[in-house]
Design a protein around this ligand. Structure first.
Ligand code: BTN
Length: 325
């Protein structure tokens, strides 16, 4: 409701737009325009009305509402079911439950805050309210379960592109699942699948992106390592806009992956690869190795040259314990 009026006011970026023009564009009477203005005000939009000048937008809440999110997506988009929570334990857990209950491919879950946000390797994901994005995507891709981890890389490319568009600064990708801005982590991806031995049932792709978190929103121990779009650009970003960009980018990257494999997305990953050419300490299985990262390959493996040997190794799953800056 009121999405067209919101768009018209936002297009004018704080300048007045006459009631007559709004009425013409909405095909509505002056009285009907006024009612819509009142409805937007009830949703927390600050709208000034001045006789003779019309209406202008003074401010708006940074809240994600279903109607607005849908209005920002293409009508033919793959996203068809939306669950928005003021608070939940973990959107990945909710998504897995919905998936078991038959929720469709193309389901989006988003929470304003999480009480049990989960990171990789059993870690906790800090989820303060009102500032960041905590999103899970439910997809049912027609691929072999062994290929499912590649979706983390597909998601990372989409997220990097969405962040760059929204914030106007370069994003770097740290294999396999982190997004960095100016050398600090701003987002992480946690993809979890459910599969029979030979058939993938679903994949839940969880994304935590620090959008407007300030330094104080992070626990002391994370402040020097974590960042947000706001901290790196010096301005706030509308979460619904960033989310809509990410969903659109994901849809394109996912289609590109299904038709052309990871190879079709690799240039977009490797251009942003934070580790290429850097020395690092890697844990894979029970082993720890030092060496230099080369690139990510078409199977999503990290190509790595261990110290003291000439031979390359391909690491399919592992954790970067430290890397040269
Ligand atoms: C990581 O870097 O360790 C991955 C973090 C993933 C966090 C997101 S927030 C939305 C979704 N729900 C969760 O509980 N985790 C993911």
């Amino acid at each position: 409701m009121g999405e067209q009026l919101r768009r018209i006011l936002e297009e004018h970026q704080g300048r007045y737009v006459s009631g007559e023009e709004i009425g013409r564009r909405l095909g509505a009477s002056r009285a009907a325009v006024w009612k819509k203005v009142q409805a937007l005000r009830r949703r927390g939009f600050g709208i000034e009305g001045a006789r003779g000048a019309g209406y202008r937008l003074l401010g708006r809440p940074d809240r994600i509402e279903k109607g607005e999110l849908i209005s920002r997506l293409s009508p033919a988009s793959m996203w068809n079911s939306f669950h928005l929570f003021p608070v939940t334990d973990s959107t990945n857990i909710r998504a897995a439950h919905l998936a078991e209950a038959g929720a469709p491919h193309g389901t989006v879950l988003c929470a304003d805050t999480q009480t049990g946000g989960r990171g990789r390797l059993g870690r906790r994901w800090e989820s303060p309210p009102g500032v960041n994005l905590y999103v899970s995507l439910l997809v049912r891709p027609p691929i072999d379960p062994r290929e499912a981890p590649r979706l983390t890389l597909v998601t990372a490319v989409a997220l990097a592109e969405a962040v760059e568009e929204a914030a106007g600064i370069p994003a770097a990708l740290k294999w396999p699942n982190d997004l960095y801005l100016h050398g600090k982590k701003a987002a992480g991806i946690l993809a979890e699948m459910s599969a029979d031995p030979d058939r993938l049932r679903h994949v839940v792709i969880g994304v935590g992106l620090n959008v407007n978190a300030d330094r104080e929103d992070f626990p002391a121990g994370l402040r020097s390592k974590a960042t947000s779009l706001k901290r790196e650009t010096g301005r706030s970003h509308l979460r619904v806009e960033v989310l809509a960009r990410f969903l659109a980018r994901f849809e394109e990257a996912y289609a590109t992956y299904l038709s052309g494999g990871l190879a079709a997305l690799l240039p977009r990953w490797n251009r942003r690869c934070l580790l290429s050419g850097r020395r690092l300490l890697l844990r894979h299985g029970e082993q720890e190795s030092r060496g230099t990262a080369v690139r990510v390959d078409e199977e999503g493996a990290l190509v790595f040259r261990p110290e003291g040997t000439g031979a390359m190794r391909r690491i399919h799953s592992g954790e970067i314990l430290a890397f040269e800056r």
